[in-house]
Ligand binder design. Structure first.
Ligand code: TYD
Length: 417
């Protein structure tokens, strides 16, 4: 793709051209395109943010595909910033070791391996690990930390190269990347090529069930091209003679699914968890457009409530700051049209984000120490999915009278107990 973006012409799983729009968040800048101080006078590009439903396979997907090179060649998000996520990665490595007999000599591949957070856990178990990540800055960090990382987008060519040089993989993981991929056919084809006969492919992604039920609309941004359910994934893998044999539900990122996939002729047999999760999807009415129809009204209500509360706080001469210069926070701020007159700064522990500005809303991003230094009256948790961890980190702020605002699933002012 040479241009900045292109419209989606048909469903990326089943090619259906009759897609139905159910949400329009307007036009927003890219959620991770944080702004440098010297670029504040430059105009930002923004792109329409609309979600479509495919009535054939039930995949929700954006109406527009932004060129991935713009979004992922330099990426400010570092997985290892969150302790919760490091623990989560440990759990995945342990499952592979205990339930799937991963041994020292086995090859583990992580696609979109970020700073090597997950592979680190496999490495301490003694496995051979290779990461693949398109972000030059992240591949550099990972390689420096001893996690061999190929700086590239995942492709069939990369898969063939790894298979030739290192053999087939016992485990391939794709954490929070599957929803970012436009050409799922090329992606799965590469996995199929590299995966060992009895190997497992593990995808983790936010579950669209939680997106809809908990109005997690802020997780919608241009990087997330698809909003996943198990049902459309089953359809996708069946095209490659592969199948989903287990699904775990995990609370990470507001409620995700961990989907285990194997070759049809492998030794893995179907676990009841697959049927249990698809049953929940069916009961949530997510296999029909009717299940999505009240979603946009609930999204609008969050916008109204949040504006109301922030304006009231401002009128009372009180101050609001935020914690987490997250991508999802940027969807929330831009859709709700909240700027630096309502939120004075956003704290974030990622060094690459500090002293920059949030895209669109242009709020300064500062070190989290500023929370205790400035002691705002309210702290809105833009990384509400890590609320527990953030509240623990800001205990002093709370002891000094600070309160929290949680925007999702509905706007709430609260303390940690
Ligand atoms: P996440 O919800 O994963 O973000 P996104 O919406 O971008 O996927 O939260 C990660 C962001 O939150 C990242 O910018 C770092 C920040 N963060 C901190 O600064 N400190 C913390 O303790 C945690 C948990 C997150």
């Amino acid at each position: 793709m040479s241009e900045d973006s292109k419209p989606l012409k048909s469903c990326r799983i089943c090619n259906n051209t009759n897609l139905i729009k159910y949400l329009d968040l307007g036009s927003t800048p890219l959620a991770n395109a944080i702004i440098k101080k010297e670029d504040l006078n430059k105009e930002e590009k923004s792109f329409p943010l609309e979600v479509m439903f495919c009535p054939e396979c039930c995949l929700s997907q954006l109406s527009l595909v932004v060129n991935p090179k713009i979004m992922f060649s330099n990426y400010p998000y570092r997985s290892s910033i969150s302790k919760t996520f490091i623990e989560h990665c440990k759990e995945i490595a342990t499952i592979c070791q205990h339930s799937y007999d991963v041994k020292d000599s086995d090859l583990i591949i992580d696609i979109a391996s970020n700073d090597g957070c997950l592979l680190q856990q496999f490495k301490v178990m003694g496995s051979r690990v290779i990461g693949v990540d398109p972000a030059t800055n992240l591949a550099e960090i990972a390689n420096k930390n001893g996690i061999k990382t190929i700086n590239a987008f995942w492709s069939r060519d990369i898969a063939e190269r790894i298979a030739k040089e290192h053999g087939h993989a016992k485990v391939i993981t794709a954490m929070n990347v599957f929803a970012h991929v436009n050409d799922l056919n090329e992606f799965v084809d590469g996995v199929k090529t590299l995966l060992d006969k009895d190997g497992i492919f593990i995808i983790e992604a936010p579950h669209a069930l939680h997106l809809i039920e908990n109005t997690e609309f802020d997780t919608i941004y241009h990087e997330h091209l698809s909003y996943l359910l198990v049902k459309p994934l089953e359809k996708l893998f069946s095209k490659y003679n592969m199948n989903i044999f287990r699904v775990d539900e995990t609370p990470i990122h507001g409620g995700s699914i961990r989907v285990y996939v194997a070759h049809n002729e492998s030794r893995h047999t179907k676990d009841p968890s697959v049927g249990m999760v698809t049953e929940k999807e069916r009961n949530g009415k997510l296999y029909r457009i009717e299940g999505y129809q009240s979603f946009s009204k609930r999204v609008e209500k969050i916008k109204q409530d949040l504006n109301e509360i922030l304006h009231k706080i401002k009128n009372d001469d009180k101050v609001v700051a935020a914690y987490g210069a997250t991508a999802k926070g940027n969807t929330l701020l831009n859709y709700c049209k909240i700027k630096s007159d309502l939120i004075t700064f956003v704290a974030d522990d990622t060094p690459e984000k500090q002293n920059h500005f949030t895209p669109g809303s242009r709020i300064p991003i500062l070190k989290s120490e500023q929370i205790t230094i400035q002691q705002p009256d309210y702290l809105i948790l833009l990384a509400w999915n890590f609320a527990k961890e953030l509240m623990k980190k800001t205990q002093d702020y709370e002891k000094n009278g600070g309160k929290y605002i949680i925007p999702i699933p509905e706007v709430k002012v609260m303390t940690s107990h």
